[in-house]
Design a protein around this ligand. Structure first.
Ligand SMILES: C[S@@+](CC[C@H](N)C(=O)[O-])C[C@H]1O[C@@H](n2cnc3c(N)ncnc32)[C@H](O)[C@@H]1O
Length: 853
């Protein structure tokens, strides 16, 4: 999702914010970050905000909807759960719900009432009289009955104008039922409280103002209210959609400057005009607290004042608090006291005090809910006559200072967050609340907030600091930051000097300005050149190995003669279960499609492989003995191998296919194999392995067991074509290829054009970088039928055999017999079960995988 930006002024603070959402697989939550530049306190921070706050605009809409329904006699209690369902059903498209005077909502409420009445009725004794309750019926319920009895009821027509697109849809209740599996009125999903401490509100108590700013106080007061608790509020509807840019008193109002705003400050936090706190802090410091937040450091997350401790991440610097001098590096706090009239020269002079390093501190903190906050603090000063620039101007200036094209500040911050999350899952560092001794504490898994800090240790911090919880940066973060630094210097390591890089300051002092050998910093941002869902970078911190040369393709291509009956076009779905709807994978009784697989599904809901199926695939690969090998008389693999010393077939694996059902099924997930078809979704990186295996592939995030990683993609070639390629490549670099031999045993003699190979040497995807590991590899390859049931051609998909941590190398067992006198390579897999450590001879011209040459 592209960042959304807007600028607000509050109390003379100019705040530039940008937002973006990032799905975090690690914490299964959305990260929402924004940048806040506070020109008065001379602080720049990148902050997070809870997903709940993003919901704030919805609160207003909910309140409005409730109000409308109240007029029709339905209480908020009745309406809200139904509204919640509708929102899910319509993917939060309020427009659809609001149109026609909430026609859809009205329908849904009526349907739900009707259903309730029916179930009540069935529970009532027979003599229960429906009429008895008629007077108590909500107006609209009666009207609905009237509508059935008298279709021209004026009431209904006035309150529920017809809408053709709604009219044509099935009844709401039916639509809801159809997606019932998606309906979890999860109490935990209620809007979370903003600041949970009373003291958060005290500052604002008793004050009234018409300022929109006052809404914040009430939002905080409504700390433990859920969506269900929201009351319809007259004032919400009367709020202006955007406040005038310079109208009113700057000291207490927000001014929306940018058109591009995602949500305004009033959306964020404003709710009622009842109270007006004396806020004089920018919004980053008044972010609501989360009830679940635990904190590091001395404050323990308690809201001791309305500013700092209502922050999402209580341990961040509060420049406006009284103890600023304690919480900031000395010279930063002195800068903070400068008046707004500070001129540029003063600023420059100040700058000279600390040399050219304005940057003082970088904090990264995460909450148990998955928010990440990054705070950058640096001193700066204002020119006299300062005018708030547009965000575009600011970003452009930042980007222009980086002497290369393509740099994006937003991307950089996004990457920092991603790396933080990724590193957080693998870090062996232990984190403590009040100590820098990273070895003496352990991280409790959920609920513990972490805060990492990179800062100039030469700057003294007086007294007990809010940075008590500051931790050593983990090596992973350091590496990530270095990677980003490399990104800035893509030209490289060779071109731009490292000292020119501002990001040097982001590195921990220990590694700052360190001399890194030139070869340790090669980085390519996206080797897929945009072919995949995510960018997949390549990094070499180890040696001078040149970049791999191959053409990136995300789907198999047929080279020339491969005999593919189906022409890679989708086969007809006419044999699908026509009656299937919803999520067949969740059904207890399998649908008709599943009967083809004996009622067993390969995929669990969510697209992960079923444990049983996965385990059977894994065990097939565990040892050559366990593998279901067959030996062909006229081995196409041998024919294609110019290195082959004998003609004897070494056996081909009979692999377990993910069965036909999975591409035929017409269920809501259409077929489990969609998981494969949709392509790579896990964030991956190609990297130079430190253990002589050449390039390897690793994940940048935690991946659960049974998850699809990627396909082995390459050119589909025949035996003859492969032979020709091998001849050309003889004695050259190793080839990348796999044999599609899973069903060769069904042929007595296989025709040359029917024995297919996937050759990724010239064209392929990132699977060509997956290295071999004996026996306990974390990936298993499974044949997947997508276009055809013809077992000659299939897709080879990699699934995880276990949970994989971020930054772990991805490996699969090529199935190589290392006892063969002609070794494919000397194995450095490091597995305790390694079959290839004692190998003696090495050639590099062999295709990989089963039945390897
Ligand atoms: C599919 S490629 C993997 C990517 C390869 N490392 C590269 O740099 O392009 C297979 C080649 O990687 C190397 N390789 C893979 N696994 C290995 C292992 N466990 N030990 C040593 N070399 C390995 C071998 O040279 C093999 O021929």
């Amino acid at each position: 999702m592209p960042p959304q930006t807007f600028i607000v002024l509050v109390n003379g603070h100019a705040i530039i914010q940008f937002w973006w959402l990032q799905q975090s697989n690690l914490l299964l939550n959305h990260l929402i970050l924004y940048q806040c530049i506070d020109y008065t306190s001379q602080e720049v921070s990148l902050c997070s905000i809870s997903t709940e706050q993003l919901m704030a605009p919805a609160k207003t809409k909910i309140a409005k909807a409730c109000k409308a329904m109240k007029k029709l006699g339905y209480s908020g209690e009745t309406v809200k759960p139904i509204l919640t369902n509708l929102l899910k059903l319509y993917g939060n498209k309020w427009k659809l719900i609001e149109e026609g005077n909430y026609r859809v909502l009205v329908e849904a409420v009526l349907d739900s009432e009707e259903q309730k009445a029916q179930s009540d009725k069935s529970e009532q004794p027979d003599d229960w009289s429906e009429d008895e309750d008629e007077d108590n019926e909500p107006l609209l319920k009666r009207s609905k009955r009237n509508r059935h009895e008298n279709p021209s009821s004026p009431l209904l027509h006035s309150s529920i104008p017809s809408s053709s697109n709604v009219e044509n849809q099935p009844p709401i209740s039916q639509r809801m039922a159809e997606t019932a599996y998606d309906y979890h009125l999860d109490k935990d999903a209620k809007l979370k409280a903003p600041c949970s401490s009373k003291s958060c509100h005290e500052k604002g108590k008793g004050k009234t103002s018409s300022s929109p700013l006052s809404y914040r106080a009430v939002e905080q007061k409504k700390e433990s209210k859920s969506l269900y608790d929201l009351e319809s509020d007259e004032s919400n509807s009367s709020l202006p959609s955007a406040l005038p840019e310079n109208g009113g008193d700057d000291s207490d109002s927000f001014h929306v400057v940018s058109e591009k705003r995602l949500i305004t400050c009033k959306d964020l936090v404003l709710h009622s005009e009842d109270e007006f706190p004396d806020y004089d802090v920018p919004p980053d410091l008044i972010l609501p607290d989360s009830p679940k937040l635990l904190t590091l450091g001395s404050s323990g997350g308690k809201c001791s004042n309305a500013k700092a401790n209502c922050s999402m991440f209580p341990e961040v610097v509060d420049l406006d608090s009284e103890d600023t001098s304690r919480s900031l590096p000395k010279n930063a706090s002195s800068v903070g006291n400068q008046s707004e009239s500070t001129n540029y020269e003063q600023s420059k002079a100040e700058k000279n005090v600390t040399g050219d390093r304005d940057f003082m501190k970088l904090d990264i903190a995460s909450s148990s809910k998955g928010e990440v906050k990054i705070t950058l603090i640096f001193k700066s000063s204002l020119r006299s006559g300062f005018k708030v620039p547009s965000l575009e101007e600011v970003l452009k200036q930042v980007e222009d200072t980086i002497p290369q094209t393509g740099f994006s500040m937003q991307r950089l911050m996004n990457d920092v967050c991603e790396c933080f999350l990724a590193a957080g899952t693998t870090s062996t560092h232990t984190v403590s609340g009040n100590s820098k001794d990273s070895n003496s504490h352990t991280v409790s898994d959920v609920g513990l907030d972490r805060q990492l800090s990179l800062y100039d240790e030469s700057i003294n911090i007086d007294g007990p600091s809010k940075f008590d919880g500051v931790l050593e940066v983990s090596p992973e973060i350091s590496r990530c930051l270095r990677s980003m630094e490399l990104e800035l210097s893509r030209e490289g390591c060779n071109g731009m000097g490292r000292k020119d890089l501002e990001l040097n300051n982001l590195l921990p002092s220990s590694s700052r300005n360190m001399t890194v050998p030139e070869h340790q910093c090669h980085y390519i941002k996206d080797i897929t050149k945009g072919h995949e869902f995510h960018e997949i970078s390549l990094i070499n911190e180890i040696n001078n190995e040149p970049d791999p040369t191959f053409g990136y393709i995300s789907k198999n291509v047929v080279y020339q003669n491969a005999y593919l009956k189906f022409l890679l076009a989708r086969i007809s779905e006419e044999k699908c279960c026509s009656k299937c709807f919803g999520d067949c994978l969740s059904l207890e009784i399998p649908c008709a499609c599943a009967s083809e697989t004996g009622g067993e599904f390969a995929y669990a809901p969510g697209g992960f492989l079923m444990e049983k199926f996965l385990e059977s695939c894994i065990s097939m690969n565990h040892s050559a003995q366990e593998r279901n090998l067959f030996y062909c008389q006229d081995c196409p693999l041998k024919k294609s191998n110019v290195n082959s010393l004998s003609d004897t077939c070494e056996g081909h694996v009979v692999r377990k296919f993910i069965k036909e059902c999975w591409y035929k099924c017409g269920c809501s997930m259409k077929c489990g194999n969609r998981v494969v078809q949709q392509g790579i979704r896990v964030k991956l990186q190609v990297f130079m392995t430190p253990d002589q295996k050449g390039w390897g592939l690793r994940t940048l995030e935690v991946v659960p067991k049974g998850a699809f990683i990627c396909e082995y993609v390459g050119e589909v070639v025949t035996t003859t074509e492969l032979f020709e390629r091998n001849v050309q490549n003889y004695g050259g670099k190793h080839t990348h290829g796999v044999v599609l031999d899973a069903d060769w045993k069904s042929e007595v003699i296989l025709k040359d054009e029917k024995a297919l190979f996937l050759d990724a040497t010239g064209y392929g995807n990132i699977a060509r970088f997956i290295n071999h590991r004996c026996v306990d590899a974390n990936l298993v390859e499974i044949p997947v039928q997508v276009e055809t049931t013809d077992h000659h051609y299939y897709h080879l998909a990699f699934f995880t055999t276990r949970k994989i941590n971020a930054f772990e190398e991805l490996t699969w067992d090529y199935g190589i017999d290392f006892n063969d006198p002609v070794k494919a390579f000397e194995c450095h897999c490091g597995s305790n079960f390694c079959r290839g450590r004692k190998s003696v001879k090495r050639i590099r011209t062999s295709p990989l995988a089963y039945g390897s040459l």
